[in-house]
Design a protein around this ligand. Structure first.
Ligand SMILES: [Zn+2]
Length: 576
């Protein structure tokens, strides 16, 4: 089925945005609208409103706006048409096979898909025998190889040649990190682990040596336009599909850890890809579940990474659980050394983030020294105020009372004091959250106001069409033309459908979102509208007059001065 604008509108009409959004974000009704925490910025209070009447959502903090398709596309990290397909298929349309025009990104993904199949095939040939045996020895079975699309690069067959034959340019292959400048493969004689984007497309490779000596055990594809490490989590696409809301997701540091866990039947794991844990990672995880377990490497660097990930998750109100592994082992090594049962026991006995941090504070102190005890209690209380788990708080306080022989009331008083301080601070932070507004000159302001009312009242569309000669900003001019065109084509202007219509025009979509979010009064008079039109139409003349005035100032010759002055007067309509 071909996805036309008419079809998109038809589907949109059969779907209620409130219902769809509430599948992702809990909404509460207030008056006509529904409110929820905005998933597109670091939101603490419900800043996003969803209108059943207009079928759009708007965040008054970060400015995110759109219809049901843009919401799903932003949230799921899929493009607009994929979102249309997703929702369309859900209500009984069969849009699976329809092909959207290929973007350059799609082409890059196709190249990676071919490359991945090429490497997978190598592993299955006679030349792949050694690599296969190596993997078997490392207890990576056939099923796992297939599941994670593990492959092999060889010195005898060139991926670059293979892809050049498929009419891909060398320039493209270099920019995608597949080939070197001299036309040779980047990966030679390595076991290839594909790295995926959030939808499960292969976007990069990591190659491991297996039968040769090389100073680098692994080499990885550099960052490219489709491979941005800070935005990706290894195995996100597979974990997302098996995870139920209540289940936990285990975050590891390396893709090998995730693959290893999968060999013992633990499939709810993802990994950061050789980068520090970022805010984007945190947001991605929260979309899956609030139940996050950090299982980083057992060494000191792993402990530091854990602390910093806890910090980042705290900012979005998620308190993770922690698994620590002994002997500086990473999960891969741990499972190989101690076996499945031992690792599963770890998963069933996670510690809270607070316990982990308190242990860490403890590890570098001498608790026979009273100064250190005082410092330790102080640090622990500061961790404790970050949890909402009252039972955990009470248990921990009681434990400290017993261990250090202090009065419970003294400890509780200090804890209450810190809580009060924290609340004060939060309040202060919220005051400063208001975004500075972009400043526009009077022409831009008038143009934006006019378009805002044009969207609300179709009679103003006609007015703009007949009376406005020129908008000075490109995006306003294009937007206004699109609104007029759309209105003539459909005989009606519907905001939610119009958003679908301009969904692939990023520049004007942004301006449109800004304009529908303008905080303007509902009612306006005919005179006001006429004033805006006057201001907008005065722009070309005022601009020309300004230029002439400038010329006049610089001109020394009195005859030429008189000529410029006369031009100015004609422009102003004083002289004919
Ligand atoms: Zn927002």
């Amino acid at each position: 089925m071909n996805i036309t604008n008419e079809l998109i509108n038809e589907i949109r009409n059969k779907i209620d945005i409130v219902e769809i959004v509430s599948n992702y974000v809990p909404l509460t009704q207030r008056g006509k609208n529904y409110f929820g925490v905005c998933p597109f910025h670091d939101d603490h209070s419900p800043s996003m409103s969803v209108s059943r009447e207009k079928q759009i959502y708007t965040c008054f903090s970060c400015g995110a706006t759109g219809n049901v398709f843009t919401f799903v596309s932003e949230y799921e990290h899929i493009n607009f048409y994929e979102a249309v397909k997703l929702l369309g298929n859900k209500i009984g349309y069969n849009l699976g096979i329809s092909k959207v025009t290929k973007s350059s990104e799609d082409k890059s993904l196709e190249i990676y898909d071919s490359a991945c199949k090429f490497y997978q095939n190598n592993l299955n040939t006679a030349l792949g025998k050694n690599a296969y045996e190596y993997l078997e020895k490392r207890k990576i079975d056939k099923e796992t190889i297939k599941k994670f699309k593990i492959g092999l690069s060889l010195s005898k067959v060139s991926l670059t040649d293979y892809l050049l034959n498929k009419k891909v340019s060398l320039k493209e292959l270099i920019s995608l990190g597949i080939s070197n400048e001299n036309g040779s493969d980047l990966f030679i004689n390595r076991i290839i682990f594909p790295l995926y984007d959030l939808q499960g497309n292969v976007v990069a490779f990591s190659g491991r040596i297996y039968n040769t000596k090389d100073s680098s055990k692994y080499i990885n594809t550099k960052e490219t336009k489709i491979f941005k490490k800070g935005n990706l989590l290894y195995n996100y696409h597979q974990a997302k599909d098996i995870l139920k809301k209540s289940e936990s997701i285990i975050v590891m540091e390396g893709f090998m850890d995730v693959i290893r866990a999968s060999t013992i039947g633990i499939d709810n794991c993802v990994a950061t890809m050789g980068t520090a844990f970022t805010k984007q990672h945190a947001n991605l995880l929260r979309k899956m579940t609030d139940n996050i377990v950090l299982c980083f490497d057992g060494d000191e660097a792993g402990a530091e990474a854990t602390t910093s990930a806890i910090e980042i998750l705290k900012e979005i109100n998620v308190t993770p659980k922690v698994i620590r592994l002994e002997e500086n082992l990473d999960p891969d090594e741990y499972i190989l050394k101690y076996g499945a049962a031992s690792f599963k026991a770890k998963i069933n006995n996670t510690e809270s983030a607070i316990e982990f941090l308190m242990k860490l504070h403890r590890s570098n102190k001498n608790l026979k020294d009273l100064n250190d005890v005082s410092k330790y209690i102080d640090e622990s209380l500061k961790e404790l105020i970050n949890t909402n788990d009252e039972i955990l708080v009470e248990l921990t306080l009681k434990k400290m009372v017993a261990e250090f022989n202090i009065e419970y009331d003294t400890l509780k008083k200090k804890y209450d004091f810190l809580i009060k301080e924290k609340n004060k601070e939060n309040k202060r932070d919220n005051v400063y959250e208001v975004k500075p507004k972009t400043k526009y000159d009077k022409y831009s302001k008038a143009a934006r106001t006019l378009i805002h009312y044009m969207i609300k009242n179709q009679s103003i569309i006609d007015l703009v069409e007949s009376k406005i000669t020129y908008f000075k900003e490109d995006e306003i001019r294009i937007l206004s033309n699109e609104i007029i065109y759309y209105y003539h084509k459909y005989g009606i202007f519907n905001i939610a459908d119009f958003i679908s219509y301009i969904s692939n025009k990023d520049e004007i979509l942004k301006t449109f979102n800004e304009i529908i979010n303008m905080d303007l009064k509902e009612k306006y008079s005919k005179e006001e509208i006429e004033d805006y039109i006057k201001v907008i139409n005065s722009y070309p003349i005022n601009k020309k007059t300004d230029e002439l005035n400038q010329k006049l100032k610089e001109e020394k010759d009195p005859i030429k001065q008189a000529k410029i002055l006369s031009e100015i007067l004609i422009l102003k309509g004083v002289k004919q």
